[in-house]
Structure formats: structure tokens, C-alpha cells
Write a protein that binds this ligand. Structure first.
Ligand SMILES: Nc1ncnc2c1ncn2[C@@H]1O[C@H](COP(=O)(O)OP(=O)(O)OP(=O)(O)O)[C@@H](O)[C@H]1O
Length: 263
């Protein structure tokens, strides 16, 4: 084995994100409690659980939108919670991305579709107008938005198109770690299926590491390598997605899986 290959193997053996004992309280109420897991490069982890189980709180703590009360988060060997705000912001613009459930929260509605994608490149230093527009056009194509819509504002787009635009805006800078909060929530079933297919292709092609929060087990079945089930702020079960869904060990997971099968 060559030195470069050995180095790459060693890097892949290290978790990209390592979380230990993460706890967030809202006064006396528990948001999430004692959450621990490792996420490896190129891995997709799904977080499922009923409403109020702590999924969004956990994702917000991981992405740096909320400060946890206890625990450790290490990204690529760096202590995220000890980072200066400027450094964490830089990570959020470069190596991380965050896809919101509501595209309006992740897009600038008053800026054209091309501008929405292009300004992310400018935020990481791109200056050449022709190249920025070229990259934006390329990314609109990758998320199946017609080239002649590049100058339209997102408010003129359907919900599914807005979500695809939000994904393009997030991925244009080539992040390594993407946080997704119910990315298919609020969309029609047929639109969801198309979006999921697109997401799956992008995740695979770009080798992305993803943490995806959803209440939809079909979404994790399709996208996630590993699955974490939450209830009352705690992780009740985690493991390989197929294993957890086909042979759930925890009583709550069994209920969750069987309730979906009965629908
Ligand atoms: N800003 C807040 N102030 C007080 N309590 C909060 C706040 N945000 C969340 N909580 C509480 O923390 C717990 C976890 O909520 P969280 O929103 O993380 O769950 P969730 O699994 O994401 O739910 P949903 O699927 O409905 O978004 C709940 O008991 C909730 O009431």
C-alpha cells in the first residue's frame, strides 16, 4: 500500500463527527439528553422519533445553532464547542451545509435563483462573474431546474423547486457534512419521491456525510446507512438502518415500525 493510500485509509477510519454525552435542557424540560455517536466520512445517519423527541434540538446543537449544556462535539479532530464563533461560521460556509425543512428559511427570496447559488460561491471567495454564473447554471441543471429559470426569484417556484434550489445553494461549495432537517416534509408524495431520488444521487456522487432528521421511515430506509431512534430526548436505539427497521430491539422502535406498516 502506498503512503497516500495508507493516509486516505487512516482518514476514513477516523470519525468525521464525534458526539459524546450531548445534553440540552430548556429550563426544567429536556431537549435532548446524553446523546453519543460517531459519523464516518461518506456515511448518512438518520434521526427518527415522534414529535417532541428531541431531533431538532440535537441537530441544532450539532450545527452550532444552539449551545448544549453538556457534552462534546468533535469535527475532523476539532472541538466544535470550544471554537470561536468566526471559525464556526467559516465552517458553516465551507465544509458544512444545512438544509431546512422550509426552503424559505434557507433561501433569499428576493434574489434570483442563480444569485442564490452564486452568492454562496462569492462567500467563499469566488469573484469571476462568468465562472460564478456558469457554476450556478450547472448546479441548477443538477437539481433539475430549467436553465431559463436562472433569473427568476424563488417565490415564482413551486415548493419542490424551491427545495431543490435550496439544495443547490447548499452543495455548490462542495461541503463534507450536510445537516438536513425534514428536507422532504411538507411536499406532495410524488414530489417527495423525486426529491429523495435526487438527494440520494447527490449524496452518493459527492461522497457526502449527512445527518438527516425525519419522522418518515421511508426516507431513512432510502437514504440512511445508520439510524438513531429518539424518544423523550434520549436515544433508545441505534444501528444499521435495515437492521433497526427489520429487527427492532427496543419496544418503542417496534411500535414505530409496526405503526408505519399498518398504514
Ligand atoms: N425553544 C424551546 N423552549 C422550550 N422547550 C423547547 C424548545 N424547543 C424545544 N423544546 C422542547 O424540547 C423537547 C424536544 O423538542 P424538539 O423540537 O427538539 O423535538 P422534535 O423531535 O424535533 O419535534 P418535531 O418533530 O415536532 O420538530 C420538547 O419537549 C419540546 O417541547
Amino acid at each position: 500500500m502506498g503512503v497516500v493510500e495508507a493516509d486516505m485509509r487512516a482518514a476514513l477510519d477516523q470519525p468525521l463527527l464525534s458526539v459524546t454525552g450531548l445534553t440540552k435542557r430548556y429550563g426544567a424540560r429536556i431537549g435532548c439528553s446524553d446523546v453519543s455517536f460517531d459519523l464516518f466520512p461518506g456515511e448518512v445517519m438518520g434521526i427518527v422519533g415522534e414529535s417532541g423527541s428531541g431531533k431538532s434540538t440535537l441537530l441544532s446543537c450539532l450545527a452550532g445553532h444552539l449551545v448544549p449544556d453538556e457534552g462534546q462535539v468533535t469535527y475532523s479532530g476539532r472541538d466544535v464547542l470550544a471554537m470561536a464563533e468566526t471559525e464556526r461560521r467559516r465552517l458553516s460556509r465551507t465544509e458544512w451545509a444545512y438544509v431546512h425543512q422550509n426552503p424559505r428559511d434557507g433561501l433569499r427570496m428576493g434574489v434570483s435563483a442563480g444569485g442564490n447559488v452564486g452568492e454562496r460561491l462569492m462567500a467563499v471567495g469566488a469573484r469571476h462573474y462568468g465562472e460564478i454564473r456558469g457554476a450556478a447554471a450547472d448546479w441548477l441543471g443538477r437539481v433539475e431546474i430549467a436553465a431559463d429559470r436562472i433569473d427568476d426569484r424563488p417565490s415564482a417556484f413551486s415548493g419542490g423547486m424551491q427545495q431543490r434550489l435550496q439544495i443547490a445553494r447548499n452543495l455548490v461549495t462542495g461541503p463534507r457534512l450536510v445537516f438536513m432537517d425534514e428536507p422532504t416534509g411538507g411536499l406532495d408524495v410524488s414530489v417527495q419521491a423525486r426529491l429523495l431520488d435526487l438527494l440520494r444521487g447527490l449524496v452518493r456522487d459527492m461522497g457526502l456525510s449527512v445527518i438527516i432528521v425525519t419522522h418518515d421511515l421511508a426516507v431513512v430506509r432510502l437514504l440512511a446507512d445508520r439510524l438513531m431512534v429518539m424518544k423523550g430526548g434520549r436515544v433508545v436505539e441505534q444501528g444499521l438502518t435495515d437492521q433497526v427497521l427489520d429487527d427492532p430491539q427496543d419496544a418503542y422502535t417496534q411500535l414505530l415500525v409496526s405503526s408505519v406498516l399498518q398504514v
